[in-house]
Design a protein around this ligand. Structure first.
Ligand code: SF4
Length: 411
């Protein structure tokens, strides 16, 4: 018997991923250096399609901060933002990103030769995910003296009503009037095209993730955290559609050939909460060793916007960005997770209680216990953080995961 550690199965489409992400960053860098072109910063579930309708190159700082986390640099820079009055308790995407900026660091330099993050003409947020994005963007707005505009979303929504949709669509129309002052008139055809491409991207991304329903699963949560990149930063563009067509073809082949993402898959888990960006690899390796596949997650599914409709761009955007999991009431969230556990045939649920992201930590008010009972699936809570590794104990987590799988093995 070999002592070699099992290796994660490589996804060939990853080569394309690297290229299109590089092109994305280089294109924005070029736009930022060109006085005739406009750059907008946008939150990850912000109104990207509208910005594209105005011809902005769109940059997503959450993606940038996740890269800081992945290369394990975030924890180094968080203290600089803390010293400037941004608490260690608030979003560590914000603190890592602002701290890195203060110190003149960006991982884009090493990866793509880009000197600095692109200076925007406008920053546009949507508070559908949390309030931190607003504070984050306002920091840069003060730093660069550029406008910061936003959509203020309802919270804790049960049923999404016409009133909700109308109020957000109204805000989007007002936002368009403000953007017009910066970028000139909205190109309605381009806007509709972008909404249509985003919809197509969403449909394909959902199909990619659904290859996790197969037994054995063709994909893991850890694959998903990487390959979701284009759904976040390239949605609304043809390149993302092409990418997911290619990825889907590869994964469908895996399903047909019964190729397992985790060799000898014994257990299937659901991941609820943020990724721990700096620990994706060791976690992925531990689950591989335990022949356990994390088959699905709320997080990766958050960039599915199948409500988008090019014939009703404002209303459908309002609906898509309000029907998001993170905006909804606990009852809706529980129904959603229960359905996912059923669809993906999961044996257990892992909750990541991320210290600095309460919006994405759903295990703090009894939901884990309620869902375990409802789904007959034990749960494990991992204490950690998306970016601040000072909040995470690797040793403790390793032990807890081992014990959890042991518990599943004993039935
Ligand atoms: S949802 Fe969480 S991780 Fe995302 S920006 Fe808000 S606080 Fe940060």
């Amino acid at each position: 018997m070999s002592d070699a550690k099992p290796e994660a199965k490589k996804i060939a489409t990853a080569k394309t991923f690297k290229k299109i992400m590089a092109d994305h960053f280089l294109q924005i860098d070029a736009a930022a250096a060109d006085s005739k072109r406009k750059v907008a910063w946008c939150t990850s579930v912000g109104p990207a399609e509208l910005l594209q309708g105005f011809g902005f190159e769109v940059y997503y700082p959450e993606n940038h901060s996740a890269i800081l986390g992945t290369i394990r640099k975030a924890t180094d820079y968080i203290p600089y933002a803390n010293a400037a009055g941004y608490s260690p308790e608030i979003c560590s995407y914000l603190t890592a990103d602002v701290g890195a900026y203060m110190q003149g660091f960006t991982p884009l330099t090493r990866a793509y030769g880009i000197k600095a993050v692109p200076r925007p003409d406008v920053l546009v947020y949507n508070t559908n995910q949390c309030r931190d994005v607003q504070d984050w963007f306002k920091w840069y707005a003060r730093e660069w003296q550029v406008p910061c505009l936003g959509i203020e979303t309802h919270r804790n929504i049960g049923v999404v009503t016409k009133e909700h949709v109308d109020s957000i669509a109204g805000q989007l129309r007002n936002l368009a009037k403000e953007l017009e002052k910066i970028a000139g008139p909205l190109d309605m055809d381009k806007f509709k095209e972008s909404v249509g491409l985003s919809r197509r991207c969403s449909e394909l991304w959902e199909k990619v993730l659904r290859t996790g329903t197969a037994r054995p699963s063709a994909i893991t949560f850890f694959d998903g955290t990487i390959h979701m990149g284009p759904a976040v930063v390239l949605r609304g563009m043809q390149v993302a559609v092409d990418y997911y067509e290619q990825l889907l073809e590869e994964l469908n082949k895996r399903v047909d050939d019964k190729v397992a993402a985790v060799e000898g898959e014994r257990f299937r888990l659901y991941w609820e909460g943020m990724p721990i960006w700096g620990k994706l690899r060791p976690l992925s390796e531990q689950f591989l060793e335990l022949q356990t596949c994390v088959v699905a997650s709320t997080y990766c599914n958050s960039w599915i916007f199948n409500q988008l409709d090019p014939d009703q761009p404002f209303e459908s955007m309002a609906r898509a960005y309000t029907e998001l999991f993170i905006v909804r009431s606990d009852d809706v969230k529980e129904d959603y997770i229960a359905k996912m556990c059923d669809d993906y045939h999961v044996d257990g649920i892992v909750y990541h209680d991320a210290k600095t992201c309460p919006a994405n930590s759903n295990c703090r008010y009894g939901m884990a216990q309620r869902l375990s009972e409802r789904c007959n699936a034990p749960n494990l809570v991992i204490n950690g953080d998306l970016n601040d590794l000072r909040c995470y104990s690797e040793e403790q987590t390793r032990t807890n995961i081992e014990a959890f799988i042991e518990q599943l093995a004993q039935g």
